[in-house]
Design a protein around this ligand. Structure first.
Ligand SMILES: N[C@@H](CCC(=O)N[C@@H](CS)C(=O)NCC(=O)O)C(=O)O
Length: 193
C-alpha cells in the first residue's frame, strides 16, 4: 500500500518529504490547514495541527523530521551520525524561524520592527546560514541527501516568500543554482501565488 502524505504544495516541510520520496510511490492529500473542514480533519490526524503528516497503514507520523527518520529506517536513504543530526537541527531551526516570520507577516505583524521575538528569528536564520557556508560549497553541492534537500527547500521557499534576501548571500544563491534544474524540484515547485 502506498504512503499517504497530508500536506500542501506551499509548505517547505512538506516539500522536503516529497523530494525525498522521488522514487517511492505515495499519494499527496492536499489540505488547506488554516480554514474549513481540512483544519478540523488535520486536528484529528495530528493534535499539533501541522503538516506534513505521513500515514503508512496503521502508522501515522507527525513532523517532517520524524517522517524522515521513519522513512530512512525503512528505505535506508543515508547513514546518520550525531553531527548529521545536529546539522539537520540547525536547518530545522532556520525553517521554523522562517515559518514563524511568515505567519507573523500574514497576521499583519510588522517584521521590520525590532521586536525581540522577530530579531531572534532573523538572527537564528543568519546564524544557521553562516554556519552552513562550508556545507553549501562542499558536501551540499556533492550530495543530494536529506540535508541538501532540506536546505534547498528552505532557501527557495524563504526567498520566494521574502523572508530572506539572497542578494548578500552568494553562497546560498550558488547552492540553489547548482541544484535548481533537478526534475523533482520542478515537479514540486512552490506555487508563486
Ligand atoms: N516541526 C514541524 C513543522 C511543520 C510546520 O510548521 N508546518 C507548517 C506549514 S509550513 C504548519 O503546519 N503550520 C500550521 C501551524 O503551525 O498552525 C515539521 O517539521 O513538520
Amino acid at each position: 500500500m502506498a504512503y499517504i502524505l497530508y500536506g500542501s504544495k506551499t509548505s517547505p516541510f512538506v516539500r522536503r518529504i516529497r523530494v525525498l520520496l522521488e522514487q517511492i510511490p505515495y499519494e499527496l492529500k492536499e489540505m488547506n490547514i488554516y480554514e474549513g473542514q481540512d483544519s478540523v480533519d488535520l486536528n484529528k490526524l495530528n493534535p499539533v495541527n501541522q503538516i506534513p503528516v505521513l500515514v503508512d497503514g496503521e502508522n501515522t507520523i507527525w513532523d517532517s523530521r520524524q517522517i524522515f527518520s521513519y522513512l530512512n529506517s525503512l528505505h535506508r536513504f543515508q547513514n546518520m551520525d550525531w553531527q548529521d543530526e545536529n546539522q539537520l537541527t540547525a536547518i530545522d531551526g532556520a525553517m521554523n524561524a522562517g515559518v514563524a516570520l511568515f505567519l507573523m507577516k500574514r497576521s499583519g505583524i510588522n517584521i521590520i520592527e525590532p521586536f525581540m521575538y522577530v530579531q531572534r528569528q532573523k538572527e537564528r536564520i543568519d546564524s544557521v546560514l553562516d554556519y552552513l557556508k562550508s556545507f553549501m560549497s562542499g558536501q551540499g553541492l556533492e550530495n543530494w541527501d536529506f540535508h541538501s534537500i532540506s536546505l534547498y527547500c528552505f532557501l527557495d521557499w524563504a526567498s520566494i516568500r521574502g523572508i530572506i534576501s539572497l542578494e548578500n548571500r552568494p553562497d546560498c544563491q550558488a547552492f540553489l543554482n547548482h541544484h535548481k534544474n533537478k526534475k523533482i524540484l520542478t515537479l514540486t515547485e512552490i506555487p508563486k501565488a
